[in-house]
Ligand binder design. Structure first.
Ligand code: HEM
Length: 246
């Protein structure tokens, strides 16, 4: 049996790597949940109810009647209200319902961002301090190091989440001035980037689980066959989003 002193760094960190894998699995689940909330947002036609993009303060919904009236007044300026919901007699209560789904969608998106960013910052700090010795803050942080390549890989996933949030607003803005719906091209982009992000997180989780079983496990690669299936799937998803968006 390997003694603690002769164990390789990877085998010494196996429980931690399993925790990392579970973190990534949790992230993929969070993205799955937002895909469902996004679908509800679409189906309840709630997507254009918040006419502003405030990444930080937007987490707080209107808290009193005056704020609600102000938010409703902003909504009343867009074609979806003047051409559809206004003539149909939408009330403030009806507006609050559609506002809820768009707000929940954006709030969950923020939580995804924090759930990825905060642990990543901790790992990045450990990696940085690791270069400058073992004592002090690094010892206090526990000195855990991500397996090689994963700091960058998880950073890339974070960038995808940030890109997705930006695409979210890019999509919303396409429905505020002209027409009564968001652009189906932007909607398709939003859907495909969501699925790409979820796939990337799941892939990373599975690669990490493989590392807990075998120290030398290498990240899985796409084969020609799986690439062919993926291409057909992407075309089908794209067409599906266009049909839904139109
Ligand atoms: C991690 C971040 C996000 C993910 C993974 C995500 C994912 C999704 C998905 C999968 C849909 C359903 C698309 C469809 O039915 O084809 C959706 C809908 C929507 N998302 Fe997001 N979203 C994110 C962040 C945001 C943000 C930050 C905004 C706004 C600033 C936003 C605005 C919307 C809107 C308005 C809809 C409904 C579109 C419609 O009315 O047709 N999303 N989202």
């Amino acid at each position: 049996m390997e003694s603690a002193s002769t164990a390789s760094p990877a085998s010494a960190q196996k429980p931690e790597i399993r925790t990392l894998a579970l973190w990534m699995l949790g992230m993929a689940t969070m993205v799955f949940v937002i895909v469902v909330i996004g679908g509800i947002t679409r189906l309840t036609e709630s997507g254009l109810s918040i006419t502003e993009w405030k990444p930080i303060t937007g987490a707080i919904p209107p808290l009193n009647e005056a704020d609600w009236v102000a938010a409703f007044e902003k909504y009343k300026r867009i074609p979806e209200y003047t051409e559809i919901n206004g003539p149909a007699g939408m009330t403030l209560a009806g507006f609050k319902t559609i506002y809820f789904w768009e707000w929940a969608h954006r709030l969950w998106a923020r939580l995804i961002g924090y759930a990825l960013l905060l642990p990543w910052l901790w790992f990045a700090t450990c990696a940085l301090l690791g270069k400058s010795g073992n004592g002090g803050l690094r010892g206090w942080l526990g000195g855990f190091r991500l397996p090689p390549g994963y700091l960058l890989r998880i950073f890339a996933l974070g960038m995808l989440v940030a890109l997705q949030a930006t695409i979210g607003w890019w999509m919303v803005s396409s429905g505020l001035l002209v027409g009564t719906d968001v652009s189906h091209f932007r909607l398709a982009t939003h859907l495909l980037v969501a699925l790409l992000t979820m796939a990337g997180m799941l892939w990373t989780a599975l690669d990490l689980f493989a590392l807990t079983k075998n120290n030398n496990a290498r990240p899985a690669r796409l084969t020609g066959y799986s690439l062919a299936i993926l291409s057909v799937l992407v075309i089908q998803l794209l067409l599906g989003a266009w049909v839904a968006g139109l």
